[in-house]
Every structure is written in C-alpha cells, then in structure tokens.
Design a protein around this ligand. Structure first.
Ligand code: DGY
Length: 320
C-alpha cells in the first residue's frame, strides 16, 4: 500500500509507517500546493494530513484508491468528512492527547492578558523600563473572583474549567448540550445562554469546534454584549470569530483585550492589525505544541492510519 504524508512527521512514526507501506513525504512548500497534492494522492491508499491541508471534494475525487485519512489534529474542519464518508474513506483524528496542552495554553493566554505579560516583555526589551512603576502604573487584573465564560464544554473546555478553579475563578459555560447536574457540580460550573455568557463574563474562552454552525458565531452582535473590561481568548479555530468585527471592537474599546492562538487565515503577518495592538496577546497556533503531546499525537496518528488501512476501526474516528 502507498501512503502520503503532506509534511514530515516524527522519525519514530515515519519508521513505523515505512515498515508497512511505501511512504512518500512531502518536504517542500508548506502547506503542500493543491495541484501537487492532487497529483500525488492519485495512487495512494492512505493520507496523513494537517490542519492547513484542505482535503476537499477535489482532492478526494482525485484519490481513486484512498481508504484512510489520518489527520494530525483534533480539529477536522479542513477535511470534507461527509464527502469522504460517501466515498467510503475512513477519517481519523487525534483528540484527548492534546486536551491538557491546549487547556494549559488557554490559561497561559488568560494570565498573559490579565497580567500584561507581552506588554511587560516588550517594554523591557525596547528599553522603556526606566523606573520602578508607581502604585497606579502598569496594572494588571486579578484572576481571583473573576467570571470565566467557557463557550464549548467538551474535553478542552472541561480541562480549562478544572484549571481555572485553581485560580479561584467563577465559571459559567454555554454548550449545545447541558452537562448533568452531577458533572456541573463536580466541575463547579454553571450553565447559561450564549448571550448571557458574553454579557456576564470577565473573560470568555472559546472551545467549540469550527463548523457551519459556529462559523463567525462570535461577531459584533455578541462582542457588543461584553463588558468593556472583559477579555476574549481563542485557542479553538480562528474562523469561529468574525475577525474584522473583533478588530473593530478592540479599536473602539468595546472590550479590553484578547488572547489568540488561532486566526481566520494563518499565518498572520507582523502588519496584521492584531499584531500591532498592545492589548492583544498572540501565539502562532500552538495549542498542542509540547514535546510530549506532539509525540503522542504522532503515535495515535500512525495507529489510526494503520488500523484504518487494515480494515479495522481506528482509535479515534471522525463521525460526520
Ligand atoms: C488541532 O489539533 O486541531 C490543533 O488546533 C492543532 O492544529
């Protein structure tokens, strides 16, 4: 069988695949140019892809032998899962292993915006720290006692809720399906409507998947509901927020700041309006980027592919 990797993966994972298959790895321009992907996928049985690869109808139609797509990510909005299913292609992904790392980064962004970590770092590096600050200068905000609004109470949302309890925050959440009362109690969280979440929270953190329903769901209408002192954090997918509306809300000081790991179009440049604002903390889409997590993701990604190619159920199959 032949397998295509749209970019290099950990050595141990590649070796594992090479024991079983004829493996082709794209090492050129990232993401793999669409035309090249379409030509390379033609004779492949399996595909390992990443969030920047758009596995749409055109790619799937070109892949006449393809039976398995294994994405190295928890998000799968880059794969036309419905169409793949129609073509009897099994799509698998890597949830769970990256829950903690993503929740940790969410807390890091939250702390960074509350305590102006990026601003302080820039201030010193740019030689602007001349005297010890007075009582009313360079003030951050306490996390203690503030209300965190979690939008999307899946695995990562819950992990964020658990972490925020350590900082003695109050937690509200909005989710399509309400948790059981027992679980709400265990996590110390309270369910509310979406508007209420945005209205009452001191910081809203986004943890819903990106799909047709959530595309740009965070728009001006919702942002207007937020307190002027409130923050927004997004470690899910950029397209969940209408980015133009967000920039407008920040420019008009409708909200106090944001912490973002994801953007509508990635990568963003230094000239992007969000890169230029002091009250914005940005990271280059690295929620799962830890040594341990990325290695576990590679292990699962390979296992998923091998199982799918041998006609068995992968560990984590995406169900449309
Ligand atoms: C994921 O796994 O979906 C993360 O966002 C990394 O892309």
């Amino acid at each position: 069988m032949k397998v295509l990797l749209t970019r290099p993966l950990h050595d141990f994972a590649v070796k594992e695949l090479q024991k079983l298959y004829d493996v082709e790895i794209h090492t050129g321009k990232i993401p793999m140019p669409k035309d090249l992907l379409i030509s390379k996928i033609k004779d492949k049985d399996g595909l390992v892809c990443y969030p920047y690869d758009r596995i749409d109808r055109k790619v799937i139609d070109a892949a006449s032998r393809l039976v398995a797509i294994s994405t190295y990510s928890v998000g799968y909005d880059h794969v036309d899962v419905k169409y793949a299913r129609k073509k009897r292609i099994v799509v698998s992904y890597t949830p769970e292993v990256l829950t903690r790392a993503t929740a940790d980064l969410t807390m890091a962004l939250l702390l960074a915006i509350f305590r102006k970590i990026g601003e302080g770092d820039r201030l010193i590096r740019n030689g602007r720290w001349k005297v010890i600050f007075g009582p009313n200068e360079f003030l951050g905000i306490d996390l203690y006692g503030k209300t965190l609004g979690i939008f999307g109470m899946g695995r990562i949302g819950k992990a964020v809720a658990r972490r925020s309890r350590g900082f003695e925050m109050n937690v509200l959440y909005h989710n399509r399906t309400r948790l059981s009362r027992k679980e709400e109690k265990r996590l110390g969280v309270q369910h509310c409507g979406l508007y209420e979440l945005f209205r009452k929270s001191d910081v809203v953190s986004i943890h819903v998947p990106h799909n047709r329903e959530t595309n740009e769901i965070v728009n001006l209408k919702l942002l207007k509901k937020m307190k002027k002192t409130a923050f927004l954090v997004n470690t899910a997918r950029g397209k969940i927020i209408n980015e133009k509306d967000l920039v407008f809300a920040l420019q008009k000081k409708m909200i106090a700041g944001v912490g973002l790991d994801v953007f509508s179009t990635e990568p963003i440049s230094a000239n992007h309006p969000l890169s230029k604002m002091e009250n914005v903390v940005i990271m280059p889409h690295s929620g799962s980027s830890t040594v341990e997590t990325r290695s576990k993701m590679a292990e699962i990604c390979v296992k998923n592919l091998v199982l799918s190619l041998s006609g068995k159920n992968p560990i984590y199959q995406v169900k449309p």
